[in-house]
Design a protein around this ligand. Structure first.
Ligand code: CTP
Length: 399
């Protein structure tokens, strides 16, 4: 969820600032790009050197860098951030944020931020329950900022009670959960198939096809990025997933593809069948390597089960089923026939006649046709962008 996210981490003057080191480490480990901004007082509690080493970036403290006089642009900083996290948030900084004061880089960047802002207060019990602090917290929440509730326990002052900053692990999981819940496919289960299938002839040979799996892997990644719980059933493919947390099941043959799909289809909200499943498989598979003898050689084949058609027969009214059609002639009519025959909600048509579409390429050119026969023709795009278009359509259809 935090992979590639640009995070401004504001650190204020509080003893809890020592926990910022762990927080930076966890955010970096989760793949985030972290820019630490400290108030001057925070530097008395933890050194900028520690946080810059862990975040792999110089820490910003003042509007103007001492020595070079370089200006740290608070507006750019605020706009750069995908997420603004202030932890620890001191009573003083919260008061400034609530009142719109910006006498330091951190509060000025906060005023410029357009992204979600999270704040994790840390202070002594009496300060925390003071009416002024409570009303500042309320004000901040009314601006849309998200409070990460402080915990209870022994405080640095020796008092016991509320005011202790949430632990770094709690902060990271809070932010992660919030982000995933806010994504359009949060809580949705997606089943994606990708790649070719291989049908064995003997222990050495198989019947396969040129599918690389690139399109299906890109779709699985994009759906996961949008918050879905994704299962990817992949035929033999050299592709790797970019997103973590995708349940990847590797299969080889059409029969294994069918079995895996049947296992996972019922709980899926949508299934995107981009795999190039073999249509025929050898009737007999030789247990020994077939030796070369006659000048000609034939293999008897039988039809495989059409996985998509089977899923179309099982489909519930609230499930989406999306198929692909790769055509070389009569493209649109063939795609529409498949849409009906297999009881699909959407078919993605590729034509091998289009430049930039086809196997092993990083680009694709698609036409989407839905049940109402609405047709959308897309330009040639990178497969990751095509995946985003498909994902966008799925979000619309699920609504
Ligand atoms: N498909 C499938 N099981 C098969 C064959 C195809 O699930 N045994 C799925 C593909 O994953 C794709 C869609 O059906 O989503 C269309 O595949 P395609 O090969 O274009 O069409 P076929 O139905 O096999 O028809 P034909 O090969 O005659 O064009």
């Amino acid at each position: 969820m935090l992979e590639g996210k640009k995070i401004v981490l504001g650190v204020c003057g509080s003893i809890a600032a020592y926990k910022s080191a762990t927080l930076v480490r966890l955010l970096i480990k989760a793949g985030a790009d972290v820019q630490v901004v400290m108030t001057k007082d925070a530097t008395s509690f933890i050194t900028p050197l520690t946080l810059s080493t862990l975040s792999k970036k110089p820490v910003l403290i003042q509007y103007f860098e001492p020595g070079t006089g370089q200006w740290n642009n608070h507006v750019e900083l605020g706009l750069w951030a995908d997420l603004f996290l202030i932890a620890p948030a001191s009573a003083n900084t919260m008061a400034k944020m609530a009142g719109g004061q910006c006498d330091n880089l951190l509060t000025a960047a906060y005023l410029s931020a357009k992204c979600p802002v999270y704040f994790a207060p840390a202070m002594d019990l009496d300060m925390w329950r003071h009416q002024a602090t409570l009303s500042n917290v309320q004000k901040l929440q009314s601006y849309g900022n998200i409070l990460i509730q402080p915990g209870s326990g022994e405080l640095a002052s020796g008092l016991h009670g509320e005011g202790r900053m949430a632990e770094p692990e709690e902060i990271v999981s809070f932010v992660t959960d919030q982000l995933s819940e806010s994504l359009p496919l949060a809580g949705k289960r997606m089943l994606v198939t990708a790649g070719p299938t291989y049908e064995a002839i003997d222990p050495v040979r198989f019947i396969g096809n040129h599918s690389s799996g690139k399109m299906g892997f890109a779709i699985a990644d994009e759906l996961a990025k949008q918050g879905a719980v994704v299962t990817l059933i992949a035929g033999p493919s050299a592709q790797t997933l970019q997103q973590t947390g995708i349940n990847r099941i590797d299969i080889t043959s059409a029969a294994e593809m069918l079995e895996a799909c049947l296992q996972h289809f019922d709980i899926a909200d949508a299934c995107i069948m981009s795999a190039a499943v073999a249509d025929y498989t050898p009737i007999n598979v030789s247990s020994q390597k077939i030796k070369k003898q006659s000048d000609t050689f034939g293999i008897d084949l039988k039809k495989t089960t059409d996985v998509l058609r089977v899923l179309g027969e099982r489909k519930r009214h609230n499930q989406l089923l999306i198929g692909f059609a790769l055509e070389t002639q009569n493209e649109e009519q063939n795609a529409i026939d498949k849409l009906h025959k297999k009881n699909l909600d959407l078919i993605i048509l590729n034509s091998l006649n289009d430049v930039g579409a086809g196997f092993k390429l990083d680009t694709n050119k698609i036409t989407m046709i839905d049940r109402q026969l609405h047709k959308t023709i897309f330009e040639t795009k990178r497969k990751s962008e095509v995946a985003a278009d498909i994902c966008h359509k799925i979000i619309t259809l699920l609504k």
